[in-house]
Ligand binder design. Structure first.
Ligand code: FAD
Length: 317
């Protein structure tokens, strides 16, 4: 069941994508991607080397910080079959002698998520289309084309979400933490069906992997195997402040906000008028106002969830 989204704020002037540096069409996408990724064996080997080098830099601690390149970035090479998961696993053997063994275990767990996703897809070929948990078939999803369009173009008015969607468009890749944030926003702030996000990621990710993508979207939606509970709703402001505290990531992909002080970088609408003016930000003009009110959206999501469960627990991260 899909409904029009009554919570979408109207009245704010919608900016064209070019005006905000966001994508307008597919032109140049391949060029942008190839700038960041060098396909083939040489690059792949360098990636495998990163497994150990980045471990030494304390990846487990820093892997959730999207502003720094702390993860292996092997996903496109794994997705294209340039390197096998077995080979990557083997590359980590013996690493525990030189770096903390927890880091090696953590990295291997990530590889195991990939294998688990493929296991699921093998046994449930409908994984990219159907809720694993059938209870979600009755969920009252919204039918909101405009909301979907603003999300895809990184024009939601929530800086961490917009930075993620623009990173995806410009580079074909997105940091894992931010994938979870933007997915939660689509599903729980906009109440859009997770398959809408899965399809957009499938069209735009350079590391797209049918199994990992579908399993991850279902995980965020709460309808997958071993999924995050639906009622665990990401707060895009708190997530930004925790994982991008100095706004390095947001400033990189939302340059129109770059001159805002750290304090307001994840909530520009709370900045006093003179602060906005000094930073050259005009909300609703150079950068959009939030397309939904997160607190209200969260309550609406929990109410929708209670329609299929009869309960209404709340838990925000
Ligand atoms: C909504 C959403 C969609 C996603 N779609 C994809 C996708 O299409 N393709 C894809 O490869 N990953 C996907 N992921 C998982 C994860 O975000 C990427 O694998 C990771 O960001 C790739 O960066 P990396 O190679 O630096 O990872 P690292 O942290 O260095 O991990 C090493 C490898 O482990 C695997 N891995 C890590 N985390 C996961 C995970 N949560 N699930 C499955 N495998 C994982 C990847 O193959 C990755 O290359 C998705 C996650 C979410 C939340």
């Amino acid at each position: 069941m899909r409904r029009k989204n009554p919570r979408l704020r109207s009245g704010a002037r919608r900016r064209g994508p070019d005006e905000l540096g966001a994508p307008a069409d597919q032109a140049g996408l391949g060029r942008r991607i190839s700038r960041g990724l060098e396909p083939g064996r040489r690059r792949r080997r360098r990636g495998a080397g990163n497994v150990s080098r980045r471990r030494r830099e304390g990846l487990q601690k820093n892997r959730d910080i999207p502003g720094h390149k702390t993860t292996s970035r092997l996903s496109p090479h794994l997705a294209f079959g340039e390197i096998s998961p077995h080979r990557v696993w083997r590359a980590t053997e013996g690493l525990g002698d030189t770096i903390p063994v927890e880091d090696v275990i953590h990295f291997r767990k990530e590889l195991a998520w990939r294998e688990f996703s493929w296991h699921l897809l093998f046994h449930v070929p409908d994984l990219p289309r159907e809720n694993l948990n059938k209870k979600f078939d009755a969920f009252p999803w919204a039918d909101d084309r405009e909301g979907l369009s603003l999300w895809t173009r990184g024009l939601t008015g929530y800086p961490i979400v917009d930075a993620g969607m623009r990173e995806l468009w410009r580079t074909g890749w997105m940091h894992n933490r931010v994938r979870m944030i933007v997915a939660s926003f689509l599903i729980k702030d906009l109440l859009l069906h997770w398959t809408e996000g899965e399809a957009w990621f499938r069209d735009t990710l350079v590391d797209v992997d049918l199994a990992s993508n579908a399993a991850s979207w279902q995980w965020v939606a709460g309808c997958g195997a071993d999924a995050a509970p639906y009622f665990r709703i990401f707060n895009p402001i708190r997530q930004g402040e925790t994982f991008d505290p100095d706004g390095t990531y947001v400033r990189r992909y939302c340059p129109e906000l770059a001159r805002l002080p750290d304090r307001y970088i994840h909530k520009p609408w709370e900045a006093p008028r003179e602060v906005l003016s000094q930073a050259g930000v005009r909300l609703g003009d150079t950068y959009p106002k939030p397309m939904v009110d997160h607190d209200r959206a969260r309550k609406a999501a929990l109410a929708a969830y209670s329609e299929i469960t009869g309960s209404n627990p709340g838990d925000e991260t």
